[in-house]
Design a protein around this ligand. Structure first.
Ligand code: ADP
Length: 397
């Protein structure tokens, strides 16, 4: 149709849960573009809405135009960006490191992109290295706004009014449908359990009894540094881990789904979260950029929380006033972590300043997290070594 008249498709670049992405050429002037065909109208709507609100931001991917198909699919014409931060991290790991000046330049650009989103009341909700695309001349741009939402009065949704309730319900089913996202609540858990029974031999029938009695405490009785403590839980984890893609060496390939970057309030089922969830993701991304390894590579939502708690300590009313009101707070309880590992031990020792930055983001209490605007003014970025000029950055091919 109209798109084919205007653009020539050169080949497929990638495909995700709801979208296929192609490289294309604009017939009028030869401009190379990315054509993103989205098969979910809600996701299309969100992406278009966000990209329009963010039009002109240098660190957000540019939406050139878009088309709606008769069948409710949308095709977004985006500027073509040949690399992403996941590739930068992979390449740095392969070649043995990344310079501090380089890390700083990437961070500054990510912060500018996130600051632009938050200033325009857009919460991205899916920040991770593979969604941070990079141009041939070293400009980093936030992409994949298919899960983004516009904030109202600084909260994602309020349950005070009729439409708020609807929004929450929509959101709940959204969450359950989203790829790789599984909330730990009793219903889901029991469903899992029965699905598991046939497949898994390490299943423990005593535990099932206690669960049927409504006791989910055996779900997460983790001790320090040792997440998969009982055979029952081991089987639960290995079942969930199937969501993740495993490469030939048996290692998890990059960040499938978005769990690794998910804020604790989301893992505890919060339905009134805000832009702070992006700030948590940023902390995880910054940590990965300096250490070149994912900080919290959880294999299930429970394992995700377990890993966070092992490093940062238990989540309590002291560390996060009000946390015991989170929907799933009482459903997920962890044993006391006597000696949390701490972020220093997770990051390379040369990176004291970077640890400080990551610490300002990875706070349990969302209100304590530094904003993108605040971090841009951190003296870290004004100190030597200064951020490397974008034109000097190594762009993976
Ligand atoms: P999904 O929502 O399905 O994850 P993405 O927007 O992340 O969709 O796109 C899927 C893949 O397509 C990305 O991993 C990326 O490699 C590629 N891609 C997306 N947008 C662009 C773009 N503007 N330029 C180049 N490649 C892109």
């Amino acid at each position: 149709g109209e798109i084919a008249q205007r653009y020539e498709i050169l080949g497929r670049i990638g495909s995700g849960a709801y979208a296929d992405v192609y490289r294309g050429r604009r017939r009028s002037d030869g401009l190379i573009v990315a054509l993103k065909e989205i098969h979910d109208y809600r996701s299309s709507f969100r992406e278009i809405e966000a990209l329009q609100a963010l039009r002109g931001s240098p660190n957000v991917v540019e939406l050139i135009e878009y088309f709606w198909h008769e069948d409710e699919d949308a095709v977004l014409v985006l500027e073509f960006l040949p690399a992403d931060l996941a590739a930068v991290i992979r390449e740095a790991k392969r070649s043995g490191g990344i310079a501090i000046g380089e890390v700083k330049q990437w961070m500054v650009q990510i912060l500018r992109g996130v600051e632009a989103c938050h200033r325009s009341s857009v919460v991205h909700r899916d920040l991770k290295p593979s969604n941070l695309l990079i141009s041939a001349d070293g400009v980093l741009k936030l992409a994949d706004f298919g899960q983004s939402r516009m904030l109202q009065e600084n909260r994602l949704m309020s349950i005070d009014n009729e439409s708020g309730v609807q929004d929450v319900q929509e959101h709940r089913s959204d969450q359950q449908n989203a790829q790789g996202l599984r909330r730990v609540n009793e219903d889901d858990y029991l469903k899992e359990l029965y699905g598991l029974k046939a497949k898994n031999t390490t299943y423990d029938s005593d535990k099932e009894m206690s669960l049927q009695d409504g006791d989910t405490s055996c779900l997460a009785t983790c001790s320090t540094g040792d997440i998969e403590v009982d055979p029952f839980k081991g089987s639960y984890y290995s079942y969930e881990a199937q969501e993740d893609v495993v490469d030939e060496s048996g290692a998890l390939t990059s960040c499938v789904g978005t769990r690794w970057f998910r804020a604790p309030e989301l893992l505890y089922g919060s339905m009134s979260y805000g832009k702070e969830i992006d700030l948590w993701s940023l902390g995880c991304i910054f940590a990965e950029l300096v250490s070149l390894d994912p900080l919290f590579p959880g294999t299930s939502d429970l394992d995700q929380l377990g890993r966070i708690i092992t490093v940062l300590g238990n989540l309590t009313e002291e560390t996060w006033p009000g946390c015991s009101n989170l929907p799933d707070y009482n459903k997920i309880s962890f044993g006391k972590v006597e000696n949390p590992i701490g972020l220093e031990a997770c990051l390379p020792s040369r990176c004291a300043a970077e640890v400080g930055l990551v610490k300002r983001l990875l706070c349990y209490d969302p209100a304590s997290r530094a904003t993108a605007a605040e971090l841009l003014h951190d003296r870290y970025f004004a100190e030597e070594p200064l951020p490397m000029p974008p034109s000097e950055l190594k762009i993976p091919s």
